[in-house]
Design a protein around this ligand. Structure first.
Ligand code: SAH
Length: 368
């Protein structure tokens, strides 16, 4: 199965080459958020009856006429949209009422067992068609959250997750589902590479998701600090990694280019986590907390890069030197940087750097 291809949803190879027709269809699907459950059910039933490979061809003129109206509806805040979709999902499937995991404990139990999604219990009693409809709705919610994460600043994403933690859970359920179909997972590579580091090495995992790195490496004597937008399990510290990290460190001042005050981190890992439009600030924070000579490991979806050289140049300008680049994998590119001294930057410098966040394209997931 190709990367990201899962029932009902997948990522396209070229995240930006979207045709106007495709964009129009995306808006149409989002418009389902404000229609009644019966209409939604009809649409799903019709869609499910269609052959999957013909799905993209189904675009009616009536849909186009609704476009302006739909654009307006799409501007509603994501959590509310998701809540609406979730409610309809229940209407359509009519399973026994199931409490959403809003509490830490429920989220923890889902996160910690790494079970395939959805669980057998969640599928019990559903017909094949109902399962397809459920997957379709889950896929729609995942795509909406994903788009928000890649197309807004990290502070907006953080606020969205804080407003409704189920959004975070929905995203990670979808993410874990995706990971199962990948030929390789960057986190696995990092686990194996970092396992041989000296005990007590301090590793910071920025955008850790389920904290797979910490859960694997802490028992091996490494110190792993795992950060994500929401803390859903005991390994995770809540923080916006594109804002100030709750870690000691310092920026260079006028007198000292490589100020080493309070910097204790040996390795920073960013595995598929440079999502917000302000991601260069995350690299700045990595520099602030890393000790001199510390390592920055970045893995990103290969199709996100507009220009790999310019990406390397941007990271370098924040105070890093490229040690290695691995693009042998068709889906992910992995970079190893070392922290080097750099002069103090003005706020104007940082503003300019932030504007280069568009060097990484959003990774958009497309309905097949
Ligand atoms: N690194 C993990 C998870 C990757 S998914 C892995 O490879 O398995 C990307 C993760 O980055 C998500 O968990 C998302 O919530 C997190 N993320 C994205 N932007 C973030 C930000 N500004 N602050 C904290 N976490 C962020």
């Amino acid at each position: 199965m190709p990367l990201f291809e899962v029932p009902g949803w997948s990522v396209k190879a070229d995240p930006v080459g979207e045709s106007p027709n495709q964009a129009s269809r995306k808006r149409k699907r989002n418009s389902e958020d404000s229609t009644g459950s019966e209409v939604n059910l009809d649409r799903l039933m019709n869609k499910l009856k269609r052959k999957p490979d013909k799905e993209h061809k189904a675009s009616s003129s009536a849909n186009k006429k609704q476009k302006a109206h739909e654009d307006k509806k799409n501007s509603i805040s994501l959590p509310k949209a998701l809540k609406g979709a979730e409610k309809r999902s229940t209407d359509v499937q009519r399973p026994p009422p199931k409490k959403k995991a809003k509490t830490k404990h429920l989220v923890e139990s889902k996160s910690s067992d790494d079970s395939p999604l959805p669980s057998p219990q969640e599928s019990a009693g559903l017909t094949e068609m109902q399962k397809q409809m459920r997957d379709s709705l889950n896929g729609a919610r995942f795509r909406m959250i994903n788009e928000k994460l890649y197309k807004t600043s990290s502070s907006e994403a953080h606020a969205m997750m804080q407003e409704d933690q189920t959004v975070f859970e929905e995203y990670h359920n979808g993410f874990r589902y995706q990971v199962q179909s990948w030929p390789t997972n960057p986190v696995e590579k990092y686990i194996s590479a970092l396992s041989s580091y000296p005990p007590k090495s301090v590793i910071v995992d920025l955008g850790c998701g389920d904290a797979a790195l910490g859960r694997a490496l802490l028992p091996r004597g490494l110190i792993v600090l795992s950060f994500d937008l929401i803390s859903t399990n005991p390994f995770v510290i809540e923080a916006d990694i594109c804002n100030k990290l709750p870690l000691p460190g310092s920026e260079p001042d006028e007198d000292s280019m490589d100020k080493v005050e309070a910097q204790i981190v040996d390795v920073v890992v960013c595995a598929l986590s440079l999502m917000g439009t302000n991601w260069p600030t995350c690299i700045r924070e990595a520099w602030r907390v890393l000790r001199t000579g510390g390592e920055l490991k970045i893995a990103e979806v290969a199709s996100r890069f507009i220009n790999v050289k310019q990406f390397i140049s941007l990271v370098s300008s924040i105070g890093f030197r490229l040690s290695s680049k691995d693009d042998s994998n068709s889906h992910f590119t992995m970079f190893e940087f070392k922290k080097v001294a750099r002069p103090k930057k003005t706020e104007a410098d940082w503003t300019n750097l932030l504007e280069k966040g568009n060097l990484l394209k959003p990774c958009e997931y497309k309905r097949r």
